[in-house]
Each structure stands twice: as structure tokens, then as C-alpha cells.
Design a protein around this ligand. Structure first.
Ligand code: KIV
Ligand code: NA
Length: 270
């Protein structure tokens, strides 16, 4: 735990080296991400990626705690952040503190992330003043999919761009240590990165952000059917898994697996 990067280290990266982030939801993936990244996010995308939900609305505190505990067992170097799920912080700052404190105490994460701009600034300040580092998240905020009307690019047009820039600024002033910018035009990602004092972590927000984040299963190509423009596929693991499972099924049906190599004899019981 002592050698992990902290939220303060992430914040200090502003204007220095890019902040490399990925999500993780399980211990083995967390171990891989931890070897190469500065920050591991237990995103509420876990609901869609690991549980088959159609949005993040149905994700619960219990799911975040279970996956947070699994990830914590694999993280020794990176800063670990857990998403606050929909409904766990919007009612007010006391509710937010109670649930954020529970996420930290039960998972051992070093910070929480919550969605929303100016209207969440008071809550962010309340948490930070009481010992809970907070990462913000503006632009496309998936927990608001029903009021946003879909997963569209946000901040097109100068009024919307100004609104999102003010949201990011309010979170920085409230004491957030960094802020995720999701699905914004590159020029707006660049503008916000220049205007605010904390690192911007982009996902579909252009190359000028202070850091980048992706959903690890997306960038590994674990899904055949989800290919958004902002995700670069660094692997095709879904295709590799499909081929491996097909080969296994064919060999079992042909009685070609197992062979003596994978079987136990009388003289060699181990
Ligand atoms: O839930 C998530 O994975 C996220 C990142 C994509 C920023 O919030
Ligand atoms: Na999220």
C-alpha cells in the first residue's frame, strides 16, 4: 500500500508527464494494469462490461465494493479510484460522504469518482475537506443517459462548451484532484486542459488532455459488438478467446482432448 501513487501524485502531473489510466474489475486484470498504468479505475462500467447491464444505472454499492476489493488485491503501484454508483451521492453531501467513506473503508481505494459539474461542486468540497479525494467526471456522464438522451458527443456549440468548461472549473475549485472529460470535441478538451489547474483525463476528448483512460475490455477487443470511435483496439482478445473455445469444443467432441499428457497414470498420481 505504501508504494502506491496517491491522488496528490496524480495532481502533480499537471503540465508534466501524461497520466496513464485504465479500468479494471478483477484481481488478475488489476495486476496487469498496475504494472503499466498510473491510475486504476474501478469504473461503474463494470455493470455493462461484466454483468450484462444495458447502462450503468443499475450498478449498486455492493457491486462496486465487491469489484473494488478484488481490484485492491492486485494493485500495489498505481493510484486506485472507485466510481460512486448512480443513486449513491446525488441526494446530498451527507449521503455522498457516507457512501464514499464506505467505498474507501471496505475496498482500500485512495479516492472516489463521481459524475457531474457545478451542481456537484459543493458535495466534492464536502468530501475533500473531510479526507476523501475526489475525481470529477464531466461531458458525457453515462449515469445521466436518460436526461442526456443517449451517448452523444457533448459540448458542441459555444454555449454547451462554455457550460462544460465552467463545470470542470467548479470541480477544480472544489478540490477535485483530477477530472475525466468524456466524449468532447478535441478543441474543448484542449481548452479545458489549458484553463484548469488539475489534470484532465480524456476518453474521447482528444490528444491534448493531461491523461487518457479507456475501458480495459474495450481496448483489448474483448467484445465483437462494441466499437466506438474513441476506442483504439490494442488487441483482439475476444476473437482469440472465441477461437480457443471453439478448438476445445471440437477436440472434446472428437475425443482428442485430453491426451495422456493431460491425464494421470498409476505411477504418476501428481
Ligand atoms: O466507468 C468507467 O469505466 C468510467 C471511465 C470510462 C471514465 O467512468
Ligand atoms: Na463510470
Amino acid at each position: 500500500r505504501k508504494s502506491r501513487l496517491g491522488p496528490g501524485d496524480i495532481r502533480a502531473r499537471k503540465g508534466a508527464a501524461p497520466v496513464v489510466c485504465l479500468t479494471a474489475y478483477t484481481t488478475p486484470m488489476a495486476k496487469l494494469v498496475d504494472r503499466h498504468c498510473d491510475l486504476v479505475l474501478v469504473g461503474d462500467s463494470v455493470g455493462m462490461v461484466m454483468h450484462g447491464l444495458s447502462s450503468t444505472i443499475g450498478v449498486t454499492m455492493e457491486m462496486m465494493i465487491l469489484h473494488g476489493q478484488a481490484v485492491a488485491r492486485g494493485v500495489s503501484q498505481a493510484c486506485m479510484v472507485v466510481d460512486m454508483p448512480f443513486g449513491s451521492y446525488e441526494e446530498g453531501r451527507e449521503q455522498a460522504f457516507r457512501n464514499a467513506a464506505r467505498l474507501m473503508a471496505e475496498t482500500g481505494c485512495q479516492a472516489v469518482k463521481l459524475e457531474g459539474g457545478r451542481h456537484m461542486a459543493e458535495t466534492v468540497a464536502f468530501l475533500v475537506q473531510r479526507g476523501i479525494p475526489v475525481m470529477g467526471h464531466v461531458g458525457l456522464t453515462p449515469q445521466s443517459v436518460n436526461t442526456l438522451g443517449g451517448y452523444k458527443v457533448q459540448g458542441r456549440g459555444h454555449l454547451e462548451a462554455d457550460r462544460i468548461a465552467r463545470d470542470a472549473e467548479a470541480l477544480a475549485e472544489a478540490g477535485a484532484f483530477s477530472v475525466v472529460l468524456e466524449k468532447l470535441p478535441s478543441a474543448l478538451g484542449q481548452r479545458i486542459t489549458r484553463e484548469i489547474a488539475i489534470p484532465t483525463i480524456g476518453i474521447g476528448a482528444g490528444v491534448e488532455c493531461d491523461g487518457q483512460v479507456l475501458v480495459v475490455d474495450d481496448m483489448l477487443g474483448l467484445f465483437a459488438d462494441f466499437r466506438p470511435k474513441f476506442v483504439k483496439r490494442y488487441g483482439e482478445l475476444g476473437g482469440a478467446a472465441d477461437a480457443a473455445i471453439a478448438a476445445y469444443a471440437a477436440e472434446v467432441r472428437a475425443r482428442a482432448f485430453p491426451t495422456p499428457e493431460h491425464s494421470f497414470g498409476e505411477s504418476n498420481p501428481a
